[in-house]
Every structure is written in structure tokens, then in C-alpha cells.
Design a protein around this ligand. Structure first.
Ligand code: SF4
Ligand code: SF4
Length: 136
């Protein structure tokens, strides 16, 4: 792979497009299962961007989230509000798109089979190109 900054930027733009593609299907199902959830997963420790998240945000000229390590990591995520997550999916730590609890997974799997298969393909595409980011 050619490690020029331009290629990293192109890859990051492709990753952002893949987030746009998978997000509506996930959002559809989080809107179904999350309001009833008694075990909210959005703890502050999950809302902390790691080095690869920051590499991605930098490549697409997004602001780097400020260090807020003084926050209680087991408290509510800094990005949560009454409507749920306050930031677009591609701006969240990648783990927020990679994690599916059992109720969410069950809801996704029980959608239309064709839609679910397409979603899985897009998600695998996102994961594979996000993996390439780690080489830069
Ligand atoms: S993703 Fe799962 S664990 Fe997290 S808030 Fe929604 S239902 Fe709860
Ligand atoms: S960034 Fe959003 S989805 Fe991720 S833990 Fe925080 S509120 Fe939840």
C-alpha cells in the first residue's frame, strides 16, 4: 500500500461513506430496542476515541475531541443526550458501530432477510476498509 497522506485521506473518505451506508439500518433498530433498555451501554469509557479514531478524524479534517480523561469512565457518555447519541455515527469511536448487544442483534436479524443480508455485506466492507486504516 502507498502510504501517502492523499491515499489515507481517500481511504478515510471511503470509510465515512461506508458509515453513511450502514447507519440508517442500525439507527432503525436502536430506535426500537434502546428506549426500552435497562442496561444502557453508553458509558463514558466507550465514548473515548482511540488513536485510530483520531487518525481517521484527522484525515477527513474533523476536529479532534478534547481530552476529558478526568470524567468518570463509568458515568454517562459525554455524547449522550435525551435523544440518544448526539453525534453522527462516523464521528463516534469505531467501537460504537462494532458493538451489537443481544437485543439489538436480534432486532437486526429479524428485519427483512434481503435488507439484513445487504446490511451485513456493507458492514463487512466497512470493517475491512477500517482495518486498512490501521496500516497507516
Ligand atoms: S445498544 Fe443495546 S445495550 Fe446499548 S442501549 Fe441499546 S439496547 Fe441497550
Ligand atoms: S459516542 Fe454515542 S454511541 Fe458511542 S458511547 Fe457515546 S453516546 Fe453511545
Amino acid at each position: 500500500m502507498n502510504n501517502t497522506p492523499d491515499n489515507l485521506k481517500d481511504l478515510a473518505i471511503e470509510i465515512r461513506e461506508a458509515f453513511y451506508t450502514v447507519s440508517p439500518f442500525i439507527e432503525k433498530h436502536t430506535a426500537i430496542v434502546c428506549p426500552e433498555c435497562k442496561n444502557l451501554c453508553c458509558k463514558d469509557k466507550h465514548g473515548r476515541h482511540d488513536q485510530d479514531d483520531i487518525k481517521f478524524l484527522t484525515a477527513i479534517n474533523e476536529a479532534i475531541p478534547p481530552d476529558q480523561s478526568e470524567r468518570d469512565e463509568s458515568g454517562p457518555c459525554r455524547y449522550i443526550n435525551v435523544k440518544g447519541c448526539s453525534i453522527e455515527r462516523y464521528l463516534r469511536p469505531f467501537r460504537c458501530t462494532h458493538f451489537f448487544c443481544d437485543p439489538l442483534l436480534h432486532s437486526l436479524e429479524n428485519d427483512n432477510a434481503k435488507l439484513y443480508r445487504a446490511f451485513v455485506e456493507y458492514l463487512q466492507h466497512l470493517i475491512s476498509i477500517r482495518q486498512k486504516l490501521l496500516d497507516y
